[in-house]
Design a protein around this ligand. Sequence first.
Ligand code: ADP
Ligand code: ZN
Ligand code: MG
Length: 457
Amino acid sequence: MKMLIGFEVHQQLSTGRKMYCDCPTNYQEVPPNTNICPICTGMPGSKPLPPNERAVDAAIEIALMLGCEIIADRIIYIQRKHYDYPDLPSGYQRTSLPIGLNGELQGVRIREVHLEEDPGQYDPTLGTVDFNRSGVPLVEIVTEPDMHSPEEARKFLRQLVRLLEYSGKVRPEAGGAMRTDTNISLEGGGRVEVKNINSVKGAYRAIKFEIMRQRAKLERGEAVTRETRAYLESQKITMPMRLKELEEDYRYIPDPDIFPLVIDQARIRRIKASMVEAPHLREQRLVKQYGIGPSVANVIASERELANLFEVVAREVDPKFVATWFRTKLKKILNYMKLRAEDVKFVPEQLIDLLKMIKSDEITPEQGELVLRELVKRPGDPHELLLQLGLVRVGRTELQAAVAEAIRTNPEVVKDYLAGKQEALHFLVGKVMQLTNMRADPREIIKLLRAELGREG
Ligand code: ADP
Ligand code: ZN
Ligand code: MG
């Protein structure tokens, strides 16, 4: 069955000040209703400041990263969007007309990017409102309905999250999770908008649920009407909300208290000159420039700082070798330690030295991995870490003694090996590695074992 899926994604911008006043934006760290003023609480007669320049710059940069054309040298009104809810004391939310239009991300058209402001936080159970969040700048990204399955939609959202993270202009997930309104329609049915979704996983589940629900209705011959539903995270279902308000009901008018935005070409040039390369473009460039595979490039480009580190290291060491180490070792260690690349404390030179030591066979990959783990935990010169870990390679005599001991203490395994079982040899190699505290080269051990056992057999 044909389906269309489109998103309206909201994310808080990481400015220090609110959109139309000078109140700070650290709303989660302070007691309720302390970061407020007459402007962000909509007191009659209060005069908003001009739009926060940093927020406008951030929205421009995000729109550019999404391949949008920026509306330049033309008036962009800040509109009042009216609705009645306790979190909105003025009775309207300020929302700009598009700042960017007609972008594209991974085959999904971006209809527009504009600025909004967050309302306060209403607790319906207690009946209280905290206005600390009122006026925190938001960017809203609206897509065309270009996704055709829950998986495609999830993939797009992941790409978008990565792009927003890369921009460095949005609040980190923990602070200001992305909020998405998801629109879903099946062939022959009306469009349903699902609100209250604040994670990629939530969007995926809500879409799956909606498809199931709408399909069942259509199959029974019932109509799927246009409506707004809410996603209930705890039950993983959607519920009717209110009849979809028509655009007219918001009574949009340009805000007479705010001078409209005009973005000039010089401003766009300045932002372009210093902006971050979008992650999907960077991924493609990594493949071309360094001759690495698309899947490893995807891992490296997953975080901006990881890609930055890669590019510094790949200037000094064979890029393909570096890429393999990033994917199979570094990324695993970081995941295991729940670290992001930006948290890493070692300097690129230390990683360069280490990878050079491995590449030139000065140390084995096994030693290298142990040093890398230590480097992540406790940055230092890799040669010194090697010494401190007691990982200096064993001498020939000591290694031969360990091989002899492994053979002597495992007669059954030796018998298996001589009977043709290859796994038995791996077991013995493991034993020797244990006996030498990982300070030997497994390839050398195999040679020695073969020589020894060959003689015995
Ligand atoms: P509205 O006027 O209600 O805001 P828009 O046309 O602006 O509607 O679209 C809002 C969102 O709905 C966009 O993200 C868009 O991709 C999506 N959308 C539009 N038409 C459909 C459809 N037929 N099925 C699913 N999503 C749709
Ligand atoms: Zn304020
Ligand atoms: Mg709309």
